[in-house]
Every structure is written in C-alpha cells, then in structure tokens.
Design a protein around this ligand. Sequence first.
Ligand code: AMP
Ligand code: MN
Ligand code: MN
Length: 319
Amino acid sequence: MTTTLNRDFKEIRSRIQSAHRILITSHVRPDGDAVGSTLAFGLALQEAGKDVQMVLADGVPRALRHLKNSEKIQKKPSGVFDLIVVVDCSGLDRVGTALDEYPKPDLNIDHHITNLNFAHINLVESTTPSTAEMLARYLPQWGLEISQIVAEALLTGIITDTLGFRTSNVQPQTLRTAAALMELDVDMPKLYTKALHERSFEAVRYWGAGLNHIEMENQIIWTTLSNADREASNYPGKDDADLVSLLASVDGAVVAVIFIEQPNGMIKVSWRARPGYDTSKIAAQFDGGGHKAASGATIEGALDDVKKQVITATQMLTQ
Ligand code: AMP
Ligand code: MN
Ligand code: MN
C-alpha cells in the first residue's frame, strides 16, 4: 500500500485548518466516488465555516442528483483559493477544464494505482477500494465532522466504487466504515438502489444496441456503442450506462471491454476484469489509467480501428 508520510499528514491537517477559501474538484465523467468524495469533503469544510467551492467540470450525472446539496456543485470555479484539493483523480488531465486558470493543486487524495502524484501533497492508497472510504477515515482526524449529509455522500462513494461491496478489494474495514456511516441515520438500501439498481428506460434501450453485437474470444468479451446507438435510444449521457458491468458478469469472460464513440470523434474505452488480471497496464498503453479491475482511456481514431488495436493489446492478458 502507498501511504503518505506522517509529516505530510500533519501538513494536510494544518493546511485545512488555516485555509479560508477552498476549492474541491474531481475527475471528468464523475462516478459515485468522484461526486460523493467532492460533496463529502466540501460539505464537511462548509460545516466547519470554510468558504468552499465544489466543482466538477462535467456536472453531476442525473443518477446522483438525489444526493443532498449536490446542486451546490458548480461546473467552473471563480475567484482565488488558498487551498486547492483534487479527490478521486489520478492525473491533472482528468479534471477536465476545472483547474484551467489555477496553479498546481495543493492536495490530491486518491486510490488509483496509476496516480501520477501531480499535487504538492499526494495522499494515495491504492489498496483502499474508494476515495470516500479514505475520507471517512481521515476527515475526523483533520478536525472535520461527519454529519448525516456528509455520511450519505461518503457511503455513496463506497457503495458505487465497490459495486455494492462485491469488488475483490473490499476489506472488513470497508464494511465497518459503511456500518459506522449507516449509524449516522443514513438510509443505505435507498442509496444502494438509487446508485446501483435503478436505471432509465433509455439506458436499457441503449444497452440493447450494445448487446446486439457483443463478441467474445480468448475469454475477452467486448462490444461497441456508437453515436447512432445513443441517438436511436435517446440516452442523454456520453457513457456506457454501465453496460460494461453486465458484460463482465458473463461466464467465461475474464476481461470485458466497451468502446463508446464520443461526439468529438474520440473513443472512450472501459475495461473491467476478474481478480488476477491487471487492465490498468493496458489502459496506460493508451494514455489512460485506473485500477487493475477497472480502468479506462480516451483514444483518438475511428471506432473499428480503435477496437482492433485495443482488443489486440488486451489479448496479452489472456494468452
Ligand atoms: P471508467 O471506465 O471510466 O468507468 O473508469 C474506470 C476507472 O478507470 C476509474 O477509476 C477511472 O477513474 C479510471 N479511468 C478512466 N479513464 C481514465 C483515464 N483516461 N485516465 C486515467 N484513469 C482513468
Ligand atoms: Mn472515480
Ligand atoms: Mn474512486
């Protein structure tokens, strides 16, 4: 496990205590951990009397807008800050436009194995399943209180990054942390259902397009979602509506890959793998990153060309 030095830990605490204007941001196409960690850290700081801006360049996805105070998250920061914090994010390019006008971040709190240590202080734990779990542990040590609303945001991050406590990196500590958050009057089953179970009619129709042309070879399963598929199903997002998790559940498939054509001509690729397979190495070959079991990259090129290149590279894992 990568942990920061104790010296850094004390420095983080004193920087938080002395800061007045604080910016918190996370990665583009934010997931439950990005939104939950941004919101939890931001709200805990606000409750401690700080002037905080929470920023996600792509905004909050519809499926996470039930989180209390999520409407406070802006798409752009304004003004100056004496502390800039990036959570759940492995590289500066992953914040999108959020920090375009700003200096190097002061603090990065993250759990990606591919983290580039891009801030002045980097607190990176690659074996902790979510950034939210790190924050649940550390916020009280930094003098911040975990209120009911903060707990709701943290628990959402933990639930979503562990796919409902079933990823292979879940530890007893993860469940203890989740239980402690539940005790703060948080409706865990409701958060679970909202974040992981409910989906729109359009999302399922979009899945149908992808499921129509799935392929499987050498224990690798994959499919594509084109701009036309998205338009035909009226799906509003630019992601895969988590179809990749369904592919990854197929018997005999150890690695799942999905290719999502983007309106700007790029191809978003997501990998998911069973324990024992490291997809982050393959993603890194395409300037992406992530975790062994879940990684991503955004690649320039035509859908069919990118698919060929990526499947060939991914086959290294199973041959
Ligand atoms: P996704 O496939 O977008 O659901 O992402 C899976 C995991 O890989 C998440 O932890 C992401 O933060 C990470 N990830 C996705 N795309 C990239 C990228 N281009 N660079 C670095 N990490 C990424
Ligand atoms: Mn994330
Ligand atoms: Mn995460």
